[in-house]
Write a protein that binds this ligand. Structure first.
Ligand code: LLP
Length: 440
């Protein structure tokens, strides 16, 4: 068992995070509860910033807020000087409500609505990452109507896909995102953007995948993008000022996960960029990245209370907790693996193998298969580790369960940053069909 950040087992044999006893947190705030180690989030953000400072490159580290978007998280990212990647009106609204400097916000998405584009233009955000030809026309038209200059990057599909320690060059570039390089769309998009007077084309963007453990995929992408930039310069004279390499830096969910430290990713990327660009007399671009998971993933822990236990001798022992695929969709959606421990008996030896079930009416609602724990009892507090990314942000109300609360913990203090949903929240948008006048 490994623990992240400030997590440790305290003198009571309880899991402690940020100086707070998680058993007390469970009592105070109820369960399920997402607990974030604030110091660890800040350390992760600073690790990226430090690596770029050492590289000598101009840079932006844009936190990909889809991993965990709340007002408090946006406030924290802003305090750390990060830029922010948003992909929807909702994420943009959250950021602005947190007082995020609009000029540090980058707007992504493969199908931004007119309403969202108008919202972002009104707020004068830092840059749009334009994904497709429709958007390239629409955004420009809307900018022209407002007589407003817009910074854009073009999202390109370099034909490289990376997951964990594998990357593949995908010849057919089968992706719903971005302008394809190999079929000429990317070049056409650049030419179109350069032709449009309300656009300030800053450069190009690509994102090759998630939970990437080593740098090979990023390096291969840099080579492909650089070849493209050379072609663009030859054909149009345009030189990119920004190279945005997206997010995807892997984290440690279980002991088998061995991600490269982020500083090494950044070193490898910036070294490659420097040598390629300098060798070819291409001005060094600003390097932008968009980490999501690697900033918040390891900092999050979910606390559950153990309920029913069903032992089927010779087959499996199911331990049901009071959450599941409603607060962590990843095991059901991706067969994602997690580690867990009993927060109230964290120092005890594991004596049995159990499987952790959620409480949704769905056989596939299992959080962990085959985990070794001390003998689990009704009322124990189970802590599932590294749930900080795409946990709360993908949570849902299936079976009309209420979304859990979120607390930030630091130096022995716990701060409620998202309240637990109420039953009124659950029915807030429902309309009754009684007492309504028929439209017939
Ligand atoms: N930039 C772009 C354009 C992206 O599409 C993404 C993630 C990121 C940055 C941040 O990637 P990260 O550093 O967090 O890996 N729900 C899935 C992950 C979906 C990621 C989508 N895009 C999961 O739970 O694993």
């Amino acid at each position: 068992m490994f623990l992240h950040g400030t997590s440790k087992i305290n003198e009571n044999g309880h899991l402690e995070i940020g100086g707070c006893d998680t058993v007390e947190l469970a009592e105070q705030f109820g369960t399920p509860l997402y607990v974030y180690d604030e110091q660890l989030i800040r350390e992760k953000a600073r690790e990226f910033v430090r690596a770029f400072e050492e590289s000598g490159f101009a840079y932006q580290v844009a936190y990909a807020s889809k991993a965990f978007s709340t007002i408090a998280m946006c406030e924290l990212a802003a305090e750390e000087g990060l830029s922010l990647d948003v992909v929807s009106g909702g994420e943009l609204y959250t950021a602005l409500k947190a007082g995020y400097p609009a000029d540090k916000i980058h707007f992504h998405g493969n199908n931004k609505s007119q309403e969202e584009i108008a919202f972002a233009l009104d707020e004068n955000i830092g840059c749009f990452v334009v994904d497709n030809f429709l958007e390239l026309e629409l955004l420009h038209q809307m900018a022209a109507e407002r007589n407003q200059q817009v910074n854009i990057l073009l999202r390109l599909t370099p034909g490289i896909e990376a997951h964990t320690h594998e990357y593949i060059s995908t010849g057919q570039e089968d992706s719903k995102f971005g302008f394809t390089l190999s079929n000429g769309h990317a070049l056409k998009a650049i030419e179109t953007a350069l032709d449009k007077s309300y656009y300030r084309l800053l450069g190009i963007h690509s994102h090759i995948g998630s939970q990437i453990f080593d740098s090979d995929g990023f390096i291969a992408t840099i080579h492909v993008l650089f070849r493209f930039l050379m072609e663009v310069r030859e054909k149009t004279g345009f030189e990119a000022g920004v190279l945005n390499l997206g997010g995807g830096f892997g984290i440690r969910y279980t002991e088998e996960d061995t991600p490269l430290p982020v500083s090494e990713h950044i070193q490898a990327m910036t070294k490659t960029i420097r040598s390629l660009f300098e060798e070819n007399d291409y001005p060094l671009p600003e390097v932008w990245i968009e980490p999501g998971r690697s900033i918040v993933g390891e900092a999050g822990t979910t606390l559950y209370t153990v309920g029913s236990i069903k032992d089927i001798p010779g087959i499996r022992k199911y331990v049901a907790v009071n959450g599941g695929m409603t607060d962590n969709l990843r095991p059901a959606l991706y067969q994602a693996k997690y580690e867990a421990l009993l927060a109230n008996r964290a120092g005890e030896e594991a004596t049995e193998q159990v499987s952790i079930a959620g409480r949704c009416c769905e056989t596939g609602d299992m959080l962990i298969h085959d985990i070794e724990l001390p003998e689990v009892r009704h009322g124990d507090i189970l802590a599932v580790l590294a749930t900080g990314a795409y946990g709360y942000s993908m949570s849902n109300n299936y079976n009309r369960f209420r979304r859990p609360a979120v607390v930030f913990v630091k130096d022995g203090r716990a701060e409620l940053v998202v309240k637990r949903e109420t039953y009124d929240d659950i029915t807030r948008n429902d309309c009754s069909i009684k007492n309504t006048v028929s439209s017939k």
